[in-house]
Design a protein around this ligand. Structure first.
Ligand code: SF4
Ligand code: FES
Length: 305
């Protein structure tokens, strides 16, 4: 048992049930996100802010708290995670308005001094006092009454349609990455012998050549850089920094033979020329990639051709 608590203010979203959407004669699709052409539209549903106060230690992560809420307070709260330690990128969300990973955001770093009754609807979110939809406290059931570490505001990753609560639909980013062929294209790597067997051979690489893309290969496609980028905002006008980082990783790989085709593929209206060099993408990359600097270099490579 701890003697400290934290309050999470969660911007929640529940999509309209399937049967309600289907009943409209104007409904163009049964998906909450529409067909692929409509994917980036904001899905319709109920939005509100819900506060949870629970016992937690300063070194706990936001993900630890969400798991406690899910297991002991409110099983309806939806969020996504997998590895739990900054390796998979599946739990990117907005923490106090900043895109970051829930599993690496600690309370001591993110909790802000508590302002009582601060769950508002400034963003159009509805804060209700209904049972199960307003403030829910785990400490009501404890005898501790300890110090409150502060408040942390949570919302789904910006720049993407929200699916439910803290879960964003990151398919637009994954589609953009896939479009740029995120795999090695090396001539002759699968040559066959006369007997029809795959003739595998080594591609030797100097450490200097590896250093040119090694850091970029650490990208986990979490979408934090896209959520931070004011130009990306759904990916309609700009394919986004994550897709360009993925392209750059192979452009810089001495084993890859498709660099020119890759540069052509990103020299489009929604590619490199759409980057406004805001550099917001660099600030919170959980893998330590200097995304803004890399974007700068890829812009220079495209221009120099
Ligand atoms: S570059 Fe960094 S912030 Fe962007 S998707 Fe990759 S790991 Fe996430
Ligand atoms: S859960 Fe995998 S990065 Fe956070």
């Amino acid at each position: 048992m701890t003697n400290t608590t934290v309050t999470l203010q969660v911007h929640r979203f529940a999509p309209r049930p399937e049967r309600d959407r289907g009943s409209s004669p104007f409904a163009r699709t049964s998906s909450p996100f529409g067909s692929s052409g409509e994917r980036r539209r904001r899905p319709r549903g109920k939005q509100w802010v819900q506060e949870y106060t629970l016992e937690a230690r300063p070194e706990d992560t936001v993900l630890d708290c969400l798991l406690t809420i899910k297991r002991t307070i409110d099983p309806t709260l939806a969020f996504r995670y997998s590895c739990g330690h900054g390796m998979c990128g599946s739990d990117a969300a907005s923490v106090n308005g900043t895109p970051t990973l829930l599993c690496t955001a600690t309370l001591k770093d993110w909790a802000k001094p508590c302002v009582p009754g601060s769950a508002t609807d400034d963003e159009g979110f509805r804060s209700t006092g209904e049972p199960g939809a307003g403030t829910v406290s785990a400490t009501e059931h404890s005898e501790t009454g300890g110090r409150n570490l502060g408040v942390i505001e949570l919302a789904a990753l910006p720049g993407f349609p929200v699916q439910r609560d803290l879960i964003a639909d990151i398919d637009p980013m994954l589609e953009q990455i896939k479009k740029l062929k995120p795999f090695l294209q090396a001539d002759g790597v699968l040559a066959t012998t006369k007997g029809g067997k795959v003739d595998v051979f080594e591609y030797l690489q100097h450490p200097d050549e590896l250093a040119r893309y090694e850091q970029l290969s650490n990208c986990i496609a979490c979408g934090v850089c896209e959520g931070s980028c004011p130009v990306f905002a759904g990916g309609d006008a700009f394919i986004g920094p994550a897709a360009l980082i993925s392209a750059s990783r192979f452009i810089n790989d001495s084993r890859d033979s498709a660099a020119q085709a890759r540069l052509d593929a990103i020299d489009t209206a929604d590619g490199v020329p759409a980057c406004q060099s805001v550099r917001a993408c660099t600030r919170e990359c959980p893998r330590g990639i200097d995304v803004g600097e890399e974007m700068w270099q890829i812009v220079a490579k495209v221009r120099e051709r």
